[in-house]
Design a protein around this ligand. Sequence first.
Ligand code: F0G
Length: 437
Amino acid sequence: MSADLVCFQSTCSARFPVTEVIYNCPRCGGLLEAVYTIDRDPAGLKRLWLERRLSNAPLDQSGVWRFREFFPFLNDYRHAVTLREGNTPVLDAPLAARYGGLKRLAFKHQGFNPTGSFKDNGMTCGTAQALRLGMRRVACVSTGNTSASMAAYASAAGLEPIIFIPHGNISYGKLAQALEYGARTLQVEANFDQILALVRVLAERLGIYLLNSINPFRIEGQKSIMVELLEQLDWRVPDWIVLPGGNLGNTSAFGKALREMKDLGLIDRLPRLAVIQAEGAAPFYDLLQQPDRAALQPVVHPETLATAIKIGDPVSWPKALLEVTTTGGVVEKATEQEIADAKAQIGLCGIGCEPASAATLAGIRKLVAAGVMDPEAEVVAVLTGNVLKDPDYIYRYHTGQLQAPGGEALISSFGNRPTVVPNDSDQIAALLGSERS
Ligand code: F0G
């Protein structure tokens, strides 16, 4: 088994050892990806991964490392630190299906991860690589979830986490996690895209290992979300996989995983990817509208209450573009009102998620209405973050206080206002009425 870092730019394709500390191609500046020759038979791999479910070994209990033959970049698994990430459920959601206009809909809920988001799948691999390279300090810029996850994994691995976040623009749930997990936390007066540029310079200058999704090993870990999903579906390929798009690392990871699974013979066809962005931060949507897709036009001032995907200049767009086109996929965008209402519907399923994740259902509803998605299609939407990540948003929505970034009030179409009552059983009984006739 050999592993290399290869330049994603097809005109370059330069190869580098997997142990080099690089995030972009030193020759042309292109994105990098991990490439392997995996020489295994698909039936054997499926059996091995299934058998590991019976094991109590920490790595076998991880929903990422259980599939380690699918991303064999490590030479020594003692570097791997697991918090038992992955292992997230696929949940049927008939109510959300009806809302979206579909006959059936399942959610793969990455919010069940140790720090409550899909970032854990990638972070366990990124941290392992940091340890393997002998790095001491790790850093990321984040809209919140990456920093929460990196803080947890770095601390668990004995590394020093340093996080950079846009001041005042991440939810308290996520900021609280980073503080609790012991990250040195720098709140910068700039937006995500500006801080990423800053952190890249600082990482180089101070010899800090960068764990944003530009790091190819994060992407390798996030591939496990697709492998685990397909295993849960008994390797039956759905028609669509729907996910929110921000920096587009996850879109890149899902597409790479699907292509590699097909190449290995683990699946026989590709599902279509549907990437949903928030209307105020939709440069990838805009790109797909153009006939010439040679350059993405960044959104200079991205705006959305779904702060996780408030990104105007997504780093991984060239990879994501390849993946969306290869799968015959689409990109859609959703308004603040559409995201808020879809989120409430996911809540009413007893499932719940954070705002960015709800863009999936909002997008599905639009794609079905437009005739792009067949109501009979098999659809899996990936909920990327836990409902408790952003409780402030939830309270405001249900009490009619949620405002779009421009200041206009959003309608709490499915609002569920709490009622203040006196400590008086007669009055409460009168309010609740009797179920007995
Ligand atoms: N959903 C959630 C909950 C996220 O936190 C993110 C990204 C995305 C979707 C978009 O994923 O960037 O791979 O397209 N959050 C990053 C962060 C940017 O810093 O936590 P993407």
